[in-house]
Design a protein around this ligand. Structure first.
Ligand code: MG
Length: 391
């Protein structure tokens, strides 16, 4: 019996199908009430790595304010958008949701600055990259079960998480057979939906957090075509309502519409490319991601808008002096911790030291530091630096 198989009747031929016995690295009895992907999702939500996302930087360090996005709220937003888009397209919603929840698990503390620093420190030891690290977490580092490391997610789930194939910058030797699997050529469309949903979520939400922080101003947004277009349309469309709104509400109103426009565009553009594609997803001629006919995509107009939003955020927010200052501090903390643990592995917790024999000191230190929350990394740094004022 396949639990919840009514949903399957609505799945398109491009969807990953639901079963309760999708293959896992370690055999397990199927669950009588949950499909394989529902079970994957539940395991992710109950993992420690998932809970730690609540105290990891998205753009603003967790200690800067309680209303900003964290990696946890971002992951929930991505999962929610991906689930809705997948449902509209007849793709597998539980599968997409699970990939969305897992997609940022491997992020270091202090956002991309932390990741960049850790990669530099690991340059001669295989490097570091967050997508790759997400796979290490769910296959090796989570420890909840007695007979295996990791969460024993379905192979399809791991495949969906492999954003950059197996060429990521970290150690995934244990997944070699998955990388060589003939299925590895096909990146499930649900994974591409998560990727597109991630772009929609972070671009609009960073814009909102940037404005809330005061680093971006309402006025400078009018330099951005996406914004002035949305503003002009809102004034025309619902003149009474929009113009009577106070500025903070105008902002939410516009952001909501901009997100909605992008989501609808993704659904509609992808849906018409489905109609035009005569191929099944298993067909070797099915276009690969990045090729022109790849069906999961935005229209060129929406894509342009998202690109302009991204470059605006890069110039004005991600490189804002105050954000750069947070980044520098994060890099310092990570570099100091890395040096201390490499010099004195005996100060690492016992369960971390136990892995040195299998993966080597550098990889184990990278695993440990990347798993830290912002506040734990900062506390550990302050302690080691002997700076009790920071504690
Ligand atoms: Mg993300």
């Amino acid at each position: 019996m396949i639990p919840n198989n009514r949903e399957d009747e609505m799945l398109s031929r491009f969807a990953v199908q639901n079963r309760s016995d999708h293959e896992r690295y370690f055999d397990e009895e199927p669950d009588p009430y949950r499909t394989s992907f529902q079970r994957d999702r539940d395991r992710l939500i109950h993992s420690k790595a998932f809970r730690r996302l609540g105290y990891k930087t998205q753009v603003f360090v967790n200690s800067e304010g309680d209303n900003y996005r964290t990696r946890l709220t971002h992951s929930l937003e991505v999962a929610q958008i991906a689930r809705g888009v997948s449902a509209a397209l007849g793709l597998n919603r539980d599968y997409a949701e699970s990939i969305g929840l897992a997609h940022d698990l491997g992020h270091t503390p202090f956002g991309h600055a932390g990741e960049g620093e850790l990669h530099t420190l690991m340059e001669n030891h295989g490097g570091f990259e967050h997508n790759c690290q997400s796979l290490r977490i769910v296959t090796l580092l989570e420890s909840r079960y007695t007979n295996f490391n990791g969460l024993n997610l379905t192979r399809l789930m791991l495949r969906g998480m492999m954003k950059h194939g197996c060429a990521g910058r970290c150690a995934l030797e244990h997944l070699k057979d998955l990388c060589e699997d003939p299925f590895a050529k096909f990146w499930p469309l649900e994974a591409a939906i998560v990727d597109a949903s991630d772009q929609i979520a972070y671009l609009h939400h960073d814009l909102e957090d940037g404005l809330d922080s005061g680093y971006l101003t309402f006025d400078e947004l009018f330099e951005l075509n996406v914004w002035s277009d949305a503003y002009a349309r809102a004034e025309q469309g619902e003149r009474e309502k929009f113009t009577s709104l106070r500025p903070p509400h105008r902002l939410r109103f516009l952001l909501r519409h901009m997100i909605n426009d992008s989501v609808r565009n993704l659904i509609e553009t992808t849906s018409s490319s489905f109609d035009a594609l005569g191929l099944n997803i298993e067909d070797p001629a099915f276009p690969s991601q990045g090729e022109r006919d790849y069906p999961v995509r935005f229209s060129s107009e929406t894509k342009e808008k998202l690109i302009s939003l991204r470059s605006f955020l890069f110039q004005r927010l991600y490189r804002h002096p105050a954000v750069m200052k947070m980044s520098r501090r994060g890099e310092r903390i990570i570099a100091r911790l890395f040096a201390e643990y490499i010099r004195s592995p005996e100060i690492l917790p016992a369960h971390v030291q136990n892995r040195i024999g299998d993966y080597g000191l550098h990889r184990v230190v990278a695993d440990y530091i990347s798993g830290m929350t912002d506040r734990f990394a900062w506390k550990e740094y302050s302690y080691l630096a002997g700076d009790t004022e920071l504690l």
